[in-house]
Design a protein around this ligand. Structure first.
Ligand code: NAD
Ligand code: DAU
Length: 351
């Protein structure tokens, strides 16, 4: 079936992989990538799609309700994959307001526009909200997040995402809007902005700069290769049941410090350094305020109901990721200058 799909946040890390997958896989669809191009949005992530006839980029801000309504009036949108968000926990701790306006109000603007455009004809329509496992809070050493785990967000970022999840469900319950939600664990892979742990560590190791490890490095995250998340998004968009939530995770838990040690070994090898050279850069710094101890997803539902599972082992995914960052120095250099450098100095020199 011909569809017009609006993907928000498509110039960001995960969004760019989703846009590429949809544009290349579904030549019969018209894919519209809507992105405000904040510090985290980078059209360089998608230059390979410049000549694709089924792809349109629109620079727009989801906080601007009039513009969002106008886009729904102009294009016969049949589906939304909503990824646009402020996404970095540390930034949410430093300055929460952008998280409230983009993640909550921006989401409501999209819900309102879809509701207006689709009212009376929800047949074949779908509003897919991409969310995070952080809405569930923090685990102790045991247990997993399942779809029915109570919400307990603990940072301004996760609270804003939890709020948007509730609003998406409320529009389904109240107005019948056909929604679906996924909550995913930590993604890694190419094109991730170097404020996040893995690309930040790769970049610092490359330049022989200290690797900042928060607290004791004992916090645990469940890592998933970004292309596997994009594959899950494709599956849920097409086959997920309306009104349902699916958790997505990597079945792949690591303490931050063990992960950093693996990265250090890979980097020593790739950069022809003596073993232990990169690990000597590990520097313990002041902990993140309210730092969640452990996230771990039970992804049994999406596995059983939709047949999804991660395709890549972590060791292979990390190698590929390091290779990409080392081969794409210019991509990294262009975004680690200017404003990003000012953020980095503020974030790490006060610790
Ligand atoms: P990202 O920060 O790399 O990209 C976000 C994109 O949204 C950028 O292109 C940015 O320009 C755009 N954007 C921000 N504010 C906007 C606005 N007001 N209007 C329009 N566009 C705007 O984020 P990411 O890591 O790719 O995450 C994408 C989504 O997936 C987010 O909703 C995030 O909560 C969710 N998620 C991320 C992870 C992860 O590990 N990165 C895990 C689970 C869920
Ligand atoms: O769980 C999904 C979430 O994963 C997404 O919703 C978020 O958008 C995404 O940013 C990510 O959040 P985290 O806070 O887990 O990711 P981050 O890469 O910022 O940090 C990973 C872990 O590493 C965390 O325990 C904090 C720690 N850390 C992070 C940085 C940036 C450090 O020790 N040092 C650092 O410099």
């Amino acid at each position: 079936m011909k569809q017009t799909i609006l993907i928000t946040g498509g110039a960001g890390f995960i969004g760019s992989h989703v846009v590429r997958l949809f544009v290349n896989k579904y030549s019969e669809y018209h894919i519209i990538n809507l992105d405000a191009l904040t510090y985290a949005g980078n059209l360089e992530n998608l230059t390979d799609l410049d000549q694709s006839p089924n792809y349109t980029f629109i620079k727009a801000d989801i906080r601007d309700a009039e513009t969002i309504d106008a886009i729904f009036e102009k294009y016969p949108i049949t589906g939304v994959c909503h990824l646009a968000a402020e996404s970095h926990v540390d930034r949410s701790i430093a300055e929460p307001m952008a998280f409230i306006t983009t993640n909550i109000i921006g989401t409501v603007n999209l819900l309102n526009a879809a509701r207006k455009a689709w009212t009376g004809n929800f047949e074949g329509k779908r509003f897919y909200h991409i969310s995070t496992d952080e809405v569930y809070g923090s685990l102790g050493s045991e247990g997993f997040f399942v779809e029915t785990t109570s919400y307990d967000p603990r940072s301004p970022y996760s609270a804003s995402k939890a709020s948007s999840d509730h609003l998406v469900r409320a529009y389904n319950h109240t107005y019948g809007l056909p929604v679906v939600i996924t909550n995913c664990s930590n993604n890694y892979g190419q094109n991730q902005f170097p404020e996040k742990l893995i690309p930040l560590a790769i970049n610092n190791i490359k330049h022989m700069k200290p690797i900042p490890v928060y607290g004791k490095g004992e916090n645990i995250r469940d890592w998933l290769y970004v292309i596997d998340h994009a594959r899950a998004i494709d599956l849920v968009f097409h086959e997920g049941k309306v009104g349902e939530t699916y958790n997505i995770g990597g079945f792949n838990e690591w303490t931050n410090i063990s992960l950093i040690h693996v990265l250090c070994e890979i980097m020593d090898r790739k950069m022809n350094r003596a073993p232990g050279t990169s690990a000597s850069l590990i520097t313990y710094v002041k902990d993140r305020a309210g730092h969640d101890l452990r996230y771990a997803i039970d992804a049994t539902k999406i596995q059983k109901e939709l047949g999804w599972e991660p395709s890549l082992q972590f060791a292979e995914g990390l190698e590929k990721t390091v290779d990409w960052y080392l081969a794409n120095e210019e991509w990294m250099d262009r975004i680690t200058t200017g404003k990003y450098q000012a953020y980095y100095d503020q974030q790490y020199h006060k610790r």
